[in-house]
Design a binder for this molecule. Structure first.
Ligand SMILES: Nc1nc2c(ncn2[C@@H]2O[C@H](COP(=O)(O)OP(=O)(O)OP(=O)(O)O)[C@@H](O)[C@H]2O)c(=O)[nH]1
Ligand SMILES: [Mg+2]
Length: 502
C-alpha cells in the first residue's frame, strides 16, 4: 500500500478552508502582526460564544429539573389565594413589596359590595318582609342530581321581588338617605375597576368582576402616604370629587377613594348593620361573597386613614385572574434549592383555553374545588351548579391524555364557608337532589362530595396514579402552610423518582 508523504506544513494543500486561511506568500512583518491580531480577536469572540452556548445549555438542562405546578379549578375556587400562600411561604418579601397595591383591590371589593347591597335593596323597594314562613323560598329552588349532571334553572331565591309599600317607613327613609350619602363610594367602584384592569373589559365576567393580568400590582401601586389631606368634616362630598376621579392617576385615585371611604365609614357601617340588610342576609335574599362580609364586618379598620392591608386582607381580597400568570419560587430540597414554576390560571369558562399550552411541561397539578359552592351557580352560565361544573372540569383534567402521568392533588376548598352555611341551616338536599335524606352535617356533606370527586378519578385512572386529596381553607395561614409542606414533599418524592436522583 502506498503511503503518500504530506508536506511539512500546518496548512493542508487540499483543504479549501486551510488554503483560504493560509498567510499570503509575501507577507510583511506589519501585515503578519495585523493578521495575528485579527486571528486572536476572532478566537476570543468565538470562545465567548462557545462559553455562552455552554451556559445556555447548562441553564436549559437545569430548567429541565425545575418543578412546574399548575393550579387549576373554576373561577373563585381559591387558586390565586393558594398562590399567595406559596408566596408567603417561599417569598414573603415579594408579598410585602406588593402590600400597598392590595389597598386598591380592598377598596374596590368594598365599593362593589356596597353597590350590590344597595342594588338588591332597591329591587325590594328598600324594605323586606320578614314574616314569610321559613323555607318558603326554597320551594322554588332548583335541585341538582350530581350523577345525572342535570342543569336546571337555579331560581335560587335571589331574583328580584317587589314589595310595594304605600307608606314610606322610617327604615326606607334611612336607606334612601344612606344611598345618597354613599353615592361617591358607589361611583368610585367603576374608576377602581378601570384602574385595576388597565381599562380591559372582559365580556361574560358575570357579576361584573374585574380581570387582571400578571403584573397589575405595579400599575396600581399607591403611595401609602401618611400625610394625606384631612377628610371632609361631614358626608356631603362634592360631586366634583368623584367626577374628577377618572382624570387622576392610579395613586391619586386610590388616595381619593381612601378619603371617600374614610368619610363614608359610619354610613357603610349603618347600612351593613341595618335590620333590613341583616334580615335579608339571614333569609338568603341577599347573598354576599365571603370577602364582602370579611371587609364590611371590619370597616373601621379598613376605612382608617393610614390603612395598610394586613396579610389576612391580602388573602381575602378578590380579583379575577386573566390568562395564566407564572410565579417562581426557590424551594429547598436536601440543602439545595429547586425552582418551582407556579402557574395560576383564570378559572372562568372563557379563560380555560389558555391552560392547554402549559400541560405538556407540567409535573404536578393542584385541582382546587370549592365544596361550599353547592348552592351557587356559575357567573358565566347561571344554569350550571358550581359543584357540577367542578366535577365536569375535574373529569376532563383526569381524562386528559397530556396529563396522564402528572402528579395529581385535589384541594376540597372553602371548608370554613361550608361549615358556616351548614351551621346557618342551608340544606344541601335543596340544591342537590341525590343528597337525599342524609344528615346535613359537615362530616356527611364533606364525605359525600369527596366520594364524587374520588369516583371521577377512579373512573379515569388507567395508569393507577395516586390522587392526594386535602380538605382545605386556603385563607387559613397555619393549616395551609402544613398542607403545602405535605404537597411539596409528595411532589418531590415523585420528582426525585422521575429525575432518577434516588
Ligand atoms: N373563606 C374562604 N374564602 C376563600 C377560600 N379560598 C378562597 N377564598 C376567597 O374566595 C375568593 C376567590 O378566590 P381566588 O383565589 O381569587 O379565586 P380564583 O380561583 O383565583 O379565581 P379566578 O382567578 O377567577 O379563576 C377570594 O376572595 C378568596 O379570599 C377559603 O378557603 N375560605
Ligand atoms: Mg385567580
Amino acid at each position: 500500500m502506498l503511503h503518500a508523504r504530506r508536506p511539512p506544513s500546518v496548512y493542508s494543500q487540499d483543504d479549501p478552508l486551510s488554503f483560504a486561511l493560509r498567510p499570503p506568500d509575501a507577507e510583511t512583518e506589519l501585515e503578519r502582526r495585523a493578521r495575528l491580531k485579527r486571528e486572536a480577536d476572532s478566537k476570543r469572540i468565538s470562545d465567548i460564544i462557545d462559553e455562552q452556548l455552554k451556559a445556555d445549555k447548562r441553564i436549559f438542562e437545569k430548567s429541565k429539573q425545575d418543578v412546574r405546578l399548575l393550579l387549576l379549578g373554576q373561577a373563585e375556587s381559591g387558586k390565586s389565594t393558594l398562590q399567595k400562600q406559596f408566596q408567603l411561604m417561599y417569598s414573603p418579601d415579594t408579598l410585602d413589596q406588593e402590600r400597598a397595591s392590595w389597598r386598591t383591590v380592598v377598596y374596590f371589593n368594598i365599593a362593589r359590595s356596597v353597590k350590590r347591597i344597595l342594588d338588591t335593596l332597591e329591587s325590594h323597594g328598600d324594605s323586606f318582609d320578614d314574616e314569610t314562613p321559613d323555607g318558603s323560598y326554597d320551594s322554588v329552588a332548583s335541585k341538582h342530581t350530581l350523577e345525572a349532571h342535570i342543569h336546571q334553572d337555579p331560581a335560587d331565591g335571589s331574583s328580584a321581588h317587589q314589595y310595594p309599600s304605600p307608606v314610606v317607613t322610617e327604615s326606607q327613609r334611612q336607606i334612601a338617605t344612606l344611598r345618597l350619602r354613599l353615592s361617591p363610594l358607589v361611583a368610585a367602584e367603576c374608576t377602581l375597576a378601570d384602574k385595576l384592569s388597565g381599562g380591559i373589559r372582559v365580556s361574560g365576567s358575570g357579576k361584573g368582576g374585574v380581570y387582571v393580568r400578571d403584573g397589575w400590582q405595579s400599575r396600581s401601586t399607591a403611595r401609602n402616604s401618611r400625610s394625606r389631606v384631612a377628610s371632609p368634616p361631614n358626608y356631603s362630598l362634592p360631586s366634583s370629587l368623584t367626577d374628577g376621579l377618572n382624570g387622576l392617576n392610579v395613586a391619586e385615585a386610590v388616595e381619593e377613594v381612601g378619603r371617600i371611604l374614610d368619610a363614608s365609614n359610619e354610613d357603610v357601617k349603618a347600612l351593613w348593620r341595618s335590620d333590613v340588610v341583616q334580615k335579608m342576609i339571614k333569609r338568603r335574599r341577599l347573598r354576599l361573597e365571603e370577602w364582602a362580609e370579611f371587609f364590611l364586618s371590619d370597616i373601621d379598620r379598613v376605612a382608617a386613614k393610614d390603612y395598610v392591608p394586613s396579610t389576612d386582607d391580602i388573602l381575602h381580597a378578590r380579583i379575577q385572574t386573566m390568562g395564566v400568570s407564572e410565579h417562581l419560587f426557590e424551594v429547598p430540597l436536601h440543602g439545595k434549592s429547586v425552582i418551582w414554576h407556579l402557574y395560576d390560571v383564570g378559572g372562568a369558562r372563557g379563560q380555560r383555553h389558555s391552560w392547554v399550552p402549559y400541560f405538556d411541561e407540567a409535573n404536578a397539578i393542584i385541582f382546587v374545588a370549592p365544596i361550599s359552592a353547592f348552592d351557587q351557580y356559575l357567573d358565566e352560565d347561571p344554569r350550571t351548579n358550581r359543584i357540577d361544573d367542578s366535577l365536569q372540569l375535574f373529569t376532563s383534567i383526569c381524562s386528559n391524555q397530556l396529563l396522564k402521568n402528572i402528579h395529581l392533588v385535589l384541594f376540597l376548598n372553602k371548608t370554613d364557608v361550608l361549615q358556616n352555611k351548614l351551621a346557618n341551616g342551608v340544606r344541601v338536599s335543596k340544591y342537590i337532589t341525590s343528597f337525599g335524606n342524609r344528615p346535613n352535617d359537615y362530616e356527611t356533606v364533606v364525605n359525600y362530595f369527596r366520594a364524587h370527586f374520588l369516583q371521577v378519578h377512579r373512573k379515569n385512572n388507567e395508569k393507577k396514579r395516586v390522587l392526594y386529596s386535602h380538605l382545605t381553607s386556603v385563607v387559613d395561614i397555619k393549616t395551609t402552610r402544613s398542607i403545602i409542606a405535605n404537597v411539596r414533599d409528595s411532589i418531590f418524592r415523585d420528582y426525585l423518582k422521575s429525575a432518577a436522583l434516588v
